[in-house]
Design a protein around this ligand. Structure first.
Ligand code: SF4
Length: 416
């Protein structure tokens, strides 16, 4: 194809340095891809709100949205808000402000009355080109995890105290709703059977994984099997374009619910403890999206699954009462061993490798915490350094591996 011509001009988002609320790491929305469904859905709401008098709309999708938007359900998400709308897929335009760019146009009596380029920057968040994002305020003065931990040490407070100081106690109510939505998705997925939509003829596996014990299964295997079943449950709901919670994206939405559903249901942790763990996990996701990216189209799957794995490790380390150093190390280990992970979804669907990858990442979060407990005093690399490496690796990655379905497993499958 034209891949050698594709040189995304990755924008430097000027407000990348200050941290916004952790709330928007978790957004409730329809799968299968936060940047391809939730972001365009939000963009359609904003644009329609600007031109309520328009009688016709056009939306042109560029970059990753043009290549995988059909499989990811982008058109459907936009039409859910703007009924009278022509949607075009432009796979040729290369000079783009972001790999997920949309051009919205509004018409009245055949005349163009307004247009905006809107960027879907990951996790369902959007930026209107030339405008400051208005829906998310910057509330943390710290720029990265090093500064956050320094602040916690200075005041002898936990990460949780730190979060609630800036977010207020009402954050608990928000996270409580998020946790209910996450659990609903796990339970819906566990009770569902049949074939996933999209044409790959993939059978749902969550229920079987949950109900089928391995021969001579020991307690460790039971834990891994159940966590995998929970991750499959959410990811299969996501692939079915059902309601999920971004964590930090739809594609990676299975990791966090899998870990914490297991901890509540099978290990007896209380709901309030899980909600606090979700807060710490979200703080890590927030640091990543502020200093790097959580978008597969921008930095590959390391930015989605790697971020979810890192968030899960940090939240779990907090749940087990580990120290600041141990929490940081757990998050760092989890991201470090996802570095370079490509995004190559088969047929542009969020199914292969995405569903299985959520299960593996959830198990890897747990391994990262175990390593952190034993080895944190020997570490040489900080979490912030690994995040900077992930971002640089993503920028160096061929566009084939950034949610275009032109390389890797997608290419192999197509050629069969
Ligand atoms: S491969 Fe990873 S980043 Fe790409 S669509 Fe699947 S989960 Fe998302």
């Amino acid at each position: 194809m034209l891949m050698h011509l594709f040189k995304w001009h990755i924008i430097k988002i000027e407000n990348r340095r200050m941290m916004k609320s952790i709330r928007s790491v978790y957004k409730i929305g329809n799968g299968p891809s936060s940047s391809h469904t939730v972001g365009p859905y939000n963009a359609a709401i904003v644009f329609l709100g600007r031109y309520p008098e328009a009688d016709h709309f056009e939306v042109t999708l560029y970059g990753s949205l043009a290549f995988t938007g059909a499989g990811h359900g982008t058109e459907k998400s936009i039409r859910a808000i703007i009924k009278d709308c022509d949607v075009f897929f432009d796979q040729k335009q290369t000079d783009l402000p972001h790999p997920n760019t949309m051009l919205f146009k509004a018409f009245k009596d055949g005349k163009l009355i307004g247009e905006n380029r809107i960027l879907s920057i990951g996790g369902g968040s959007i930026v209107i080109e030339g405008e400051e994002s208005s829906d998310e305020k910057e509330i943390y003065p710290q720029k990265n995890l090093t500064e956050i931990i320094e602040q916690c040490r200075k005041e002898d407070i936990s990460l949780l105290d730190f979060i609630y100081r800036y977010e207020g106690k009402e954050l608990k109510d928000y996270l409580s709703k998020i946790w209910i939505a996450m659990k609903d998705t796990v339970e819906r997925g566990l009770s569902s059977e049949g074939i996933l939509p999209g044409g790959l003829n993939i059978t749902r596996k969550a229920k079987t994984l949950y109900e089928t014990r391995c021969h001579n299964e020991d307690s460790d295997t039971t834990m891994n099997r159940k966590i995998a079943a929970y991750a499959y449950a959410v990811s299969e709901e996501n692939a079915s374009e059902d309601i999920v919670v971004t964590a930090p994206t739809c594609g990676a939405a299975g990791v966090i619910p899998a870990i914490f559903y297991y901890m509540e249901k099978d290990r007896g942790f209380k709901e309030e403890e899980i909600i606090d763990a979700l807060a710490v996990a979200a703080l890590i996701g927030n640091v990543i999206r502020t200093n790097a990216s959580i978008s597969g189209a921008e930095c590959g799957c390391q930015a989605e699954i790697g971020s979810a794995c890192s968030m899960g490790a940090a939240g779990l380390a907090h749940l087990y009462g580990l120290s600041l150093d141990e929490i940081e190390y757990a998050a760092e280990v989890a991201m470090e061993h996802n570095l370079g992970l490509t995004c190559d979804p088969v047929n542009g669907l969020v199914q292969i490798p995405c569903i299985e990858r959520n299960a593996v990442a959830a198990m890897r979060s747990i391994s990262s915490v175990i390593l952190a407990r034993l080895l944190y005093q020997t570490r040489k690399i900080s979490f912030d350094e690994v995040i900077a490496t992930m971002y640089q690796t993503g920028k160096d990655m061929s566009e084939k591996y950034r949610e275009t379905s032109h390389g890797g497993l997608a290419q192999i499958y197509r050629s069969k």
